[in-house]
Write a protein that binds this ligand. Structure first.
Ligand code: ARG
Length: 257
């Protein structure tokens, strides 16, 4: 009996030591890992490749996520899912943070908290080279394609136009290439990649119609512990030029593919 008690005490002490070392049971970031969610359909920010910076995932966001974790002495894990599911997965606690070229919008701010923004983007129109679309209002009588849940969809909705929504950017662009739609509204950097990948397409900008957007990392509302970690890393990477370098590097890389 005495022996058993001693054994139990020792075991408990060991478990407690292990817990302290790995910070288990502490807060949203389980153990020493930050589990990010993304939708790896958005080059140059996130895409699947044979050897990525986090598992099979590579891109500007993936490199940023890795550095955020490392600069806090942690490891980054990545879960790939549909863009639409990301904020739900965050609310459920399935992931700790979302890094997905996600625009910090007021609507999203109602349910999650955003980090310091790390990239400025804008919506653009991808059209065929012979298109007569030169400004956003030219879309009025055209067949418009957007990607479900992206800010491009919200923009077109707000303009009051009808459209068709696709799950992936590549699917919408295929419709455009095949002449089944006339214009795809999507974020600028990703649009450049699609235009580079497909013959006969061009980008039309209309800064008067599309406001600039800021990409930021989302965490659960009130998770200041993780947000502080993320912000201190982002602010450092912005100040020392790391994010700028990553943006240039990955943009060149995906355009060369
Ligand atoms: N910036 C746009 C938004 O926030 C599109 C983001 C798409 N990102 C992605 N990883 N698929 O809605």
């Amino acid at each position: 009996m005495k022996k058993a008690t001693k054994f139990l005490t020792m075991t408990l002490a060991m478990v407690m030591t292990v817990c302290t070392l790995s910070a288990c049971g502490g807060g949203a970031s389980k153990g020493n890992t930050i589990t990010f969610g993304t939708n790896a359909e958005f080059p140059p920010f996130e895409y699947v490749t044979s050897s990525g910076v986090i598992g099979e995932y590579d891109g500007i966001d993936m490199a940023i996520a890795k550095q955020i974790a490392e600069s806090n002495g942690m490891t980054a894990a990545m879960e790939n899912m549909e863009f639409d599911s990301l904020l739900v997965a965050l609310q459920n606690g399935q992931i700790d943070a979302v890094i997905a070229g996600m625009t910090a919008t007021d609507e999203r701010r109602e349910t999650v908290d955003f980090s310091t923004p790390y990239y400025t983007a804008t919506q653009v129109m991808i059209v065929r080279e012979d298109s007569d679309i030169t400004v956003a209002t030219d879309m009025a009588d055209k067949k418009i394609c957007v990607i479900q849940g992206y800010t491009g969809e919200i923009c077109v909705q707000d303009m009051g136009y009808t459209y068709e929504a696709f799950k992936k950017g590549t699917e919408a662009v295929m419709e455009l290439v095949n002449g089944k739609c006339d214009v795809v509204v999507i974020d600028s950097a990703t649009a450049q990649k699609y235009v580079g990948d497909n013959e006969g397409l061009k980008i039309v900008e209309d800064p008067g119609a599309f406001e600039s957007e800021e990409y930021a990392i989302a965490v659960q509302k009130g998770n200041t512990e993780l947000l502080d970690k993320i912000n201190s890393a982002i602010e450092k990477m912005l100040a020392d030029g790391t994010i700028n370098e990553l943006a240039v590097k990955y943009t060149e890389e995906v355009m060369a593919e």
